[in-house]
Design a protein around this ligand. Structure first.
Ligand SMILES: Nc1nc2c(c(=O)[nH]1)N[C@H]1C(S)=C(S)[C@@H](COP(=O)(O)OP(=O)(O)OC[C@H]3O[C@@H](n4cnc5c(=O)[nH]c(N)nc54)[C@H](O)[C@@H]3O)O[C@H]1N2
Ligand SMILES: Nc1nc2c(c(=O)[nH]1)N[C@H]1C(S)=C(S)[C@@H](COP(=O)(O)OP(=O)(O)OC[C@H]3O[C@@H](n4cnc5c(=O)[nH]c(N)nc54)[C@H](O)[C@@H]3O)O[C@H]1N2
Ligand code: SF4
Ligand SMILES: [Mo]
Length: 724
């Protein structure tokens, strides 16, 4: 009789890296639970972890390399697939130059250490300037502020959540996202513990979020005005003498410049624009300064907006000048077992090249994904004609998905490394299917470095690769071998040797070199992970600036303040759109598992009751939302959760696209918020997409409407709001 086996591993679906206990019998999963012995997650999991078995078993998942001929997909051997991919990409480069081939890397790459170790060499070998990733619709401003202030784009301060007594959150909803750029599984307990030790949580968000519900205080903020609020806080700190830099005395440059440049942004000046009264703005920062263990933290809502770069800089400035930096309970640097900032290589860069059409600068080795479609659709030298995507779905996740679809349809060749034929990969000529999470080993290179506690955990694979799948690292490695076929022997040898080693041996080397001197064997002997202790003060030696000084006033940031001043004079748009995340979604790609799809339609437009009246929507259940670039129809959900003048939609929906092979998702299509977002709306400093605060108009859709698929056949009423 078959025995039940118990396996321990970390979940790699989101940033929380929860420990899992998985029971199997006869190679089938019996249960997935939280691992109570994991030092970081302590038994917590969310519903997505249980769906790991659905990914594993999903009949829609690709298990063979697939070649598209017209609308038909046919199986092809791996050898033929690798040869074809390399031949086509190299040929395009030979005929049209290296930049004719673009690469887009999606979010799951950062949750896959094989991809992180084996992807970059392939990118380097392709020598294209057209490198894109989900970073420029996400955390790019964090990297930019870390690069300019601390000397390394990956040296990212983490809120010391377990010791703080005052958490000030702007534009993050950890109760749903489970924490971002702040790996903090078991977030509910961690947040509740702040109150239990006498502390407070304050949330600044245009929506009364799940996190706001748990907080002691919540304030609505007009989308895209947080930089004004933060500037006013910094100005108030100096004006009222609340600054406390004693412990960093002598370690910072630019203090006087920060003080001078931000002085004009008084609370009274910014209040009408921000939507929070001046006395409250002042009181909020006094409260923050009054607690030694306090930290200000800002995430997606303040990153994907017009002033994302300034927001992330000002958050760091606020923590530093108020004595809440590099101190327990404040913003601290981690000391992970694999140190991402050990080498200068990859520390960051800015403007080494520019995008061809709009002339936007490279940052950190890549161009903003908002220019991807125009680089495909605009003829001329250097036009993108070939594309490699890995673990991404930019049609649903980047601005103006419909324009991108047009670009993808015109490509001479596209190859995707992905588990599915989705809204993006359906345009590929060739899809290379990787193993799914439970079929490969895992070590979290990135999120251990962003965690609220230093821990390390290695997870072996549970199952052998499904059918004819290969690990992502093997796919990258094989593609590289082909791409390099005419390269110098030295490079070809390196690639061969690295391919022979495999990621686990590379990891072992990185662990040994790391600050804790661990070995893979030690981690293998501790299936629940090892605890490496709380975050520790490490200034200034942890800084990566050449002189180990913290730059408080990077020139680019100071220069961008003029744009912020100009924002004060801009009239407020009548209605703007923001995004929201949902517990049972994971960006665009986990809507194919029925256990996550039960219940009511989730892709709804949240709208304040006052706006229902203002926009003449009484009695309608659906609404047509229009932006500069397009329209979608979505169900309305009236709620006081959003502030008047703001509507909210989740992202990652829009599964009505033809020819996708996601049978469950297609039954719950929703509509894509990124059919509305505008590739021309960027944070001019970081060039991150300004997804949030998008001006939109609404039009009622009459109840007798028949919606066919998701194309609009409804007769709308007049548009009443004239935004944008
Ligand atoms: N369940 C689930 N978890 C996830 C994901 C998922 O899709 N589902 N995705 C993962 C990924 S890739 C990421 S990057 C993280 C993101 O993690 P978070 O940033 O914590 O998640 P969001 O829900 O995007 O939170 C953004 C918040 O900003 C608010 N907001 C919007 N505009 C503004 C503004 O102008 N100012 C302010 N102050 N707030 C604003 C929104 O109302 C929202 O509450 O989540 C990760 N975790
Ligand atoms: N309007 C709006 N847009 C947003 C956001 C928002 O808040 N609002 N959030 C943005 C953010 S933070 C992010 S991170 C992006 C995400 O955007 P993307 O990274 O482009 O999209 P995902 O939905 O994460 O798509 C992941 C793809 O990877 C595949 N996949 C999953 N695991 C693996 C694996 O191990 N290997 C390989 N090769 N493939 C795998 C899945 O099948 C899926 O096709 O979306 C962004 N877009
Ligand atoms: S919170 Fe994230 S890491 Fe934890 S179980 Fe859910 S998806 Fe996995
Ligand atoms: Mo993200």
């Amino acid at each position: 009789m078959a025995e039940t086996e118990t396996h321990y591993r970390a979940c790699n679906l989101c940033e929380a890296i929860c420990g899992l206990e998985i029971k199997t019998r006869d190679g089938a999963i019996e249960s997935i639970r939280g691992d109570t012995q994991d030092p970081l997650s302590r038994g917590h999991i969310c519903p997505k972890a249980v769906a790991l078995q659905d990914i594993h078993n999903d009949p829609d998942r690709l298990r063979h390399p697939m070649l598209r001929r017209g609308d038909d997909w046919q199986r092809i051997s791996w050898d033929a697939a690798f040869d074809l991919a390399a031949d086509k990409l190299l040929e395009l480069q030979r005929r049209h130059g290296n930049d004719a081939v673009a690469v887009y890397l999606g979010n799951p790459n950062v949750h896959n250490y094989g991809s992180l170790l084996y992807g970059p060499p392939l990118l380097r070998a392709l020598r294209t300037h057209n490198r894109f990733s989900a970073t420029s619709v996400d955390q790019l401003p964090h990297h930019l502020s870390s690069y300019t202030m601390f000397g390394h784009q990956l040296l990212l301060p983490v809120p010391d959540l377990d010791r703080t007594r005052h958490l000030l959150v702007l534009g993050g909803n950890p109760m749903v996202s489970n924490g971002s750029m702040m790996t903090s599984p078991d977030i509910r307990k961690r947040l509740k513990a702040i109150g239990q030790r006498g502390g407070r949580i304050v949330v600044i968000d245009p929506r009364h979020t799940e996190t706001a519900r748990l907080a002691d205080e919540h304030h609505f903020v007009r989308p895209g005005t947080d930089a004004l609020l933060l500037a006013a806080w910094v100005a108030t700190v100096f004006e009222e003498g609340l600054d406390d830099l004693a412990h960093l005395e002598g370690a910072c440059d630019g203090l006087a410049e920060v003080r001078r440049s931000l002085a004009p942004f008084t609370a009274e000046l910014v209040a009408p624009m921000v939507g929070i009264e001046a006395p409250t703005i002042r009181r909020l920062v006094r409260d923050f300064c009054a607690v030694p263990e306090a930290v200000c933290y800002g995430r997606m809502g303040v990153s994907v907006q017009e002033f994302g770069g300034l927001c992330q800089w000002l958050i760091n400035v606020l923590n530093v000048i108020t004595g809440h930096f590099d101190r327990p309970g404040g913003a601290m640097f981690s000391r992970p077992a694999v140190d991402l900032v050990a080498r200068r290589h990859g520390a960051g860069s800015w403007g080494r090249w520019k995008s061809r059409v709009r002339g936007l600068p490279e940052i950190g080795g890549e161009l903003p994904v908002s220019v991807l479609a125009e680089e495909m659709l605009t003829p001329g030298d250097g036009q993108i004609r070939g594309l490699l995507t890995s673990a991404g779905n930019p049609v649903l996740s980047t601005p103006d998905g419909r324009q991108l679809e047009k670009g993808l349809a015109e490509l001479d060749f596209m190859v995707s490394i992905d588990l599915y034929i989705n809204e993006t990969t359906r345009h590929a000529h060739l899809i290379l299917p990787p193993t799914a999470a439970l079929e490969h080993d895992h070590y979290d290179l990135v999120f251990n470095a962003l965690a609220v506690r230093n821990t390390a955990r290695y997870s072996p694979a549970l199952f052998p690769p499904a059918a004819d799948t290969r690990h992502d690292w093997q796919i990258f490695s094989q593609l590289l071998r082909r791409v390099q076929r005419n390269a110098k022997l030295k490079y070809r040898f390196e690639t061969w040797a690295m391919g022979k080693m495999g990621p686990a041996r590379v990891l072992d080397r990185l662990l040994r070199q790391g600050p804790h001197g661990l070995r893979l064997k030690q981690l293998q002997a501790k299936p629940h992970g090892v605890d490496l202790g709380p975050l520790e003060p490490c200034m200034p030696k942890r800084l990566r600036t050449p002189d180990r000084r913290l730059r408080l006033a990077p020139q680019k940031m100071i220069e961008d303040l003029d744009r912020l001043t100009a924002r004060l004079d801009r009239p407020t748009e009548p209605l703007v759109l923001i995004s929201r995340r949902q517990m049972r979604s994971n960006n665009s790609w986990m809507h194919n598992y029925s256990r996550l799809m039960r219940g009511k339609d989730r892709c709804t437009l949240l709208i304040h009751p006052e706006d229902v009246v203002t926009h003449d929507l009484e009695g309608s259940t659906e609404v047509e939302v229009t932006s500069r670039v397009g329209s979608i129809v979505v169900p309305l959900e009236v709620s006081r959760e959003v502030m008047p003048g703001v509507v909210s939609l989740p992202h990652g929906w829009g599964h009505h696209r033809p020819e996708i092979q996601l049978s469950t998702a297609a039954q719950h299509p929703g509509a894509s918020i990124n059919d509305l977002t505008d590739p021309q709306r960027l944070d001019a400093l970081s060039n991150n997409a300004a997804l949030s605060g998008l001006p939109v108009t609404l039009k009622a859709v009459r109840c007798e409407t028949t919606a066919v698929g998701h194309e609009i056949t409804a007769v709308g009423r007049e548009t009443v709001s004239e935004a944008g």
